[in-house]
Design a protein around this ligand. Structure first.
Ligand SMILES: Cc1cc2nc3c(=O)[nH]c(=O)nc-3n(C[C@H](O)[C@H](O)[C@H](O)COP(=O)(O)O)c2cc1C
Length: 289
């Protein structure tokens, strides 16, 4: 096949992959123009899925470093650069983190484990060195650092997916942020945002349906629409495509005949989760007023 024909059929294939992934994700049809540039990247983004099972195959440290550099190329609020990545190379530390979260054994199995940090320590330090006041020690300092860190985390995941690696963020490290902080020797004003398991995927994984765009994309003003009806439709679509295998806390809530997303999320948030996180963040020196 001549070169042009090859690239046209490749573009059509990529457009088809984007359409398929988004139809599965949102339960709606999207027409994708095969002449759009960047369709391979869109196909990877649209086909996103987390990976929790990895092959017992090492990931080269040089590749991890490359991906860190790509991730840290993400935009940064006011160029303040308040996100860091901590590579946990010490397997004893990785096991210690796993021991805190026994229901997530994929942390121990991950060939690479990273911790994404919100780093609010550098700016006050620089202010001191430059003999300047620092009247910005309030919630926004923490918020900016946490947002930057989340963007770097997402960018790392995209970069990892581009080279065929799978990954799974782990916010559960914030169940015991004090222990993680001590283990990783995090200084004042540096807090963990999420861990990330990284490795070569052991299985393809599947697309998780999301709420429809009518619920999560707004135009000109926030339009709640008929939220109850939208959630109900999503619950039914999700149950058909990707039913829950286990019900959460059946001893407390019983066994629901139709166990859907909203039932699962209502049960999940019926327990206090990380109620002490604010105290931890304040204890690390952030002022959250
Ligand atoms: C910030 C963040 C924290 C997460 N924390 C965990 C976690 O602690 N453990 C886990 O197994 N998955 C975790 N996940 C993965 C989500 O459970 C997953 O993204 C979600 O179920 C949707 O699946 P998908 O990413 O394949 O679409 C986290 C994801 C994000 C974005």
């Amino acid at each position: 096949m001549p070169e042009q024909g090859k690239s046209e059929s490749r573009a059509r294939l990529a457009a088809g992959l984007v359409e398929e992934a988004l139809a599965e994700r949102f339960g709606e049809a999207f027409a994708v123009d095969p002449n759009l540039p960047g369709l391979d990247e869109l196909a990877r983004i649209a086909g996103h899925r987390v990976h929790r099972r990895f092959l017992p195959r090492a990931v080269e440290p040089g590749l991890v470093r490359l991906l860190c550099a790509c991730a840290l190329s993400a935009p940064s609020k006011s160029d303040l650069q308040q996100a860091d990545i901590l590579i946990v190379r010490d397997k004893a530390k990785q096991r210690a983190i796993t021991a805190l979260i026994p229901d997530m054994p994929w942390i121990a199995d991950a060939p690479v484990f990273l911790v994404f940090l919100a780093d609010g320590s550098r700016l006050p330090q620089i202010a001191q060195w430059r003999n300047k006041p620092f009247p910005n020690d309030h919630l926004d300092l923490f918020f900016n650092a946490a947002v930057d860190s989340a963007i770097v985390l997402a960018t790392f995941m995209r970069a990892a997916a581009a080279v065929g690696l799978g990954s799974c963020p782990i916010s559960a490290i914030r169940d015991r942020p004090d222990v993680v902080s001590d283990l990783l020797e995090l200084p004042a004003r540096v807090v963990p945002v999420a861990g990330l398991c990284v490795g070569w995927p052991a299985e393809a994984g599947g697309i998780t349906p999301r709420l429809g765009l009518a619920t999560t994309v707004h135009e000109d003003r926030y339009g709640a629409g008929d939220l109850a009806q939208q959630i109900d439709a999503y619950d039914r679509r999700r149950e058909e495509q990707r039913p829950y295998r286990r019900q959460r806390d059946p001893e407390r809530w019983g066994n629901a005949s139709a166990y859907d997303w909203s039932e699962d999320k209502a049960r999940q948030y019926a327990d206090p989760l990380r109620a002490d996180f604010g105290a931890f963040v304040r204890g690390k020196g952030f002022r959250l007023e």
